[in-house]
Design a protein around this ligand. Structure first.
Ligand SMILES: [Zn+2]
Ligand SMILES: [Zn+2]
Length: 350
């Protein structure tokens, strides 16, 4: 039986968030429309995600599924077909053997335009609070002139002469397994059964043109470097097919001061030795602007001061914290005057 955790490459105690992230990454990587894609893996990844992203299904899977090595199998859709011979072979497999794959597939499923992948770069601060981008993408899109019908404005639709309006054609083939008949989509009318009397001049009746289209991408707050946003239906168009999707990979530019630790921000702040000894109030630049931070008297080198709620925006709308690591600057040179002052401190028990 399949191990859904293995498939997504997440530990058993992964949060729903982790599952979602792993899924997004893998789905992007193995998407069958992409170079290096893998339809079988893609289906597997989707199946794993359906189970692990749903609390009920996941707990059922954890209890009855293949939760641990050597555990009992079955109980969760665990069918064992054994070594089946030819007479149990899937009809769909034979169909694919005879007709080949693709096109008007026996397993159904509408065709889709191609997916598009793009990269966008955003500054660190925008990744913390969320942002948006408008990008121009040159792609195959529905013809504006005829709204994707392929017909000249006002032109009537007439019955397709190739398929006589059926939209499909019979394809009969003889094979070792017998004679198979399959209905295939009519190429003349793309399965619509009707064709325009006069073709659109802009797309020559193809319904599709290449053009630049502006796409609005909403980048959610708290996005991490390398995350991929899917914008459904904003990929390429294809004749008589659903639109493909747009995948935007987000690159977050590093910040000069802050490092990210989950939803917290980490920074170093150097203070002179005197500040460490007596404490002070310091102005510190945060993503929200300048704030006053109290450096406590007697602060140790490496001590971390926490400013609640000044970190990265979380999925629940809350904020992470700002963590300030204090570095104490030790004087390298000491003047004779300073030295006598320190001797005095020494006598006071410092
Ligand atoms: Zn057109
Ligand atoms: Zn036709």
């Amino acid at each position: 039986m399949k191990d859904y955790y293995d498939i997504l490459g997440v530990p058993r105690n992964a949060t729903t968030d982790d599952v979602k992230k792993a899924y997004r990454k893998l789905a992007h990587q193995y998407h069958p429309d992409k170079k290096g894609g893998d339809e079988r893996r893609f289906k597997e990844i989707n199946e794993a995600y359906q189970i692990l992203s749903n609390d009920d299904k996941r707990s059922q899977y954890d209890r009855f599924g293949n939760a641990g090595a050597g555990g009992p199998e079955g109980g969760f859709g665990g069918f064992d077909f054994g070594n089946f011979g030819f007479d149990q072979m899937d009809v769909g497999d034979i169909f694919e053997t005879v007709f080949g794959r693709g096109g008007f597939s026996a397993s159904g499923g509408k065709r889709r335009g191609r997916d598009i992948s793009i990269d966008i770069e955003i500054p660190f601060a925008e990744s913390a609070f969320g942002t948006e981008r408008r990008v121009l993408i040159r792609k195959r899109a529905l013809c504006d002139e005829c709204s994707g019908t392929g017909a000249e404005k006002g032109s009537a639709l007439v019955t397709c002469v190739t398929c006589h309006g059926a939209g499909t054609l019979r394809d009969t083939r003889k094979s070792l397994f017998g004679t198979f008949t399959k209905m295939v989509e009519c190429g003349t009318c793309s399965g619509k059964g009707k064709v325009p009397e006069k073709q659109c001049k802009t797309c020559k009746g193809e319904t599709i043109i290449v053009k630049s289209e502006e796409v609005h991408i909403i980048v959610p707050a708290g996005i991490e470097d390398g995350e991929v946003i899917r914008i459904s239906g904003k990929g390429e168009a294809a004749p008589n097919a659903d639109m493909g999707d747009l995948y935007a990979k987000v690159h977050v530019l590093p910040h000069a001061v802050f490092k990210r630790l989950r939803h917290d921000l980490v920074m170093r702040f150097e203070v002179p030795l005197s500040t460490a000894l007596v404490g002070s109030s310091e102005e510190i630049e945060t993503l929200d602007g300048k704030i006053k931070v109290k450096i406590p008297q007697g602060v140790a080198d490496g001590e971390v001061l926490k400013v609640a709620g000044k970190g990265i925006v979380r999925d629940d709308g809350g904020r992470g914290d700002l963590l300030i690591e204090v570095k104490i600057h030790m004087p390298k040179k000491i003047t004779p005057a300073l030295k006598s002052l320190i001797e005095e401190l020494k006598r006071e028990g410092f």
